[in-house]
Design a protein around this ligand. Sequence first.
Ligand code: GLN
Length: 309
Amino acid sequence: MPDIVEVVQEIAEEMRQRPDRGEVATYIPELAGVDPNQFGLAVIDTEGHVAAAGDCDVPFSIQSVSKVFTLTLALGKVGDRLWSRVGREPSGSAFNSIVQLEYEHGIPRNPFINAGAIAVTDVILSGHKPREALGEILRFMRFLADDPAIAIDEAVAASEQRTGFRNAALANYMKSYGVLENPVDYTLGVYFHHCALAMSCRQLAMAGRFLAQRGKHPVTGLSVVQPERARRINAVMLTCGHYDGSGEFAYRVGLPGKSGVGGGILAIAPGKASIAVWSPGLDASGNSHLGRIALEALTRRMGWSIFGA
Ligand code: GLN
């Protein structure tokens, strides 16, 4: 087996030199100014060994990667009843698409497209004030990553709050079908703020570890979720984690993964490792361009694809 520390260094060096870097997201003004030349990679195996390179300690906006963790929290709160509020099929459309919602009576296709993640956020919010719900999400991230320094970037949250007209449309549409229980502004406020969590690759890989090790917290050994639930969250990541690029990601990388428009991807090699990669430039589906290429190289060299070497 190749040495993971060397492989991670090699890949970071290869990615640093590539001229094709994708396009940084501009629809959230605060993200438009991020330097596209950054690249970070962190791999943490189930024994806790870390291999990290490049800008692996630079915090970035995790955006939709947060949806893995809000899905975990909502399942913990209401269990499988969640699936009456949101589906678990790939959407085959863009992350912020509106068209499917009308055909499907306000029930989003899956928890990772924006509409689905807004519905999941609404579940977490019910029975709480927005501030309490956000506190719960933040505490969960700090607990998983074993790092009390993790914070929300208020400038990014405010930037999206000012310009998130498309998400407001999705939320209002779902509200008209009774899919959202809380005031639309409250649900959107919590959603924008958890998307604005700032984390480094190292912190994000740490936070994802429970999904690589049958639901167990890596430091305390406590059960974060049951093994069956970890397996199912991984399944939804594989089929829906990259929107209409999910098929291509499975084909090239072969791991459950979740992307965000900040350019981060969390990928899980079950039983082996949790991997976080970050490069801000995106492809046409809104997924990190070099992030995907780096993960493809990593799984090929390590033989980690869940579909075989
Ligand atoms: N906060 C972003 C949005 O709602 C998240 C989208 C993403 O990362 N794909 O548009």
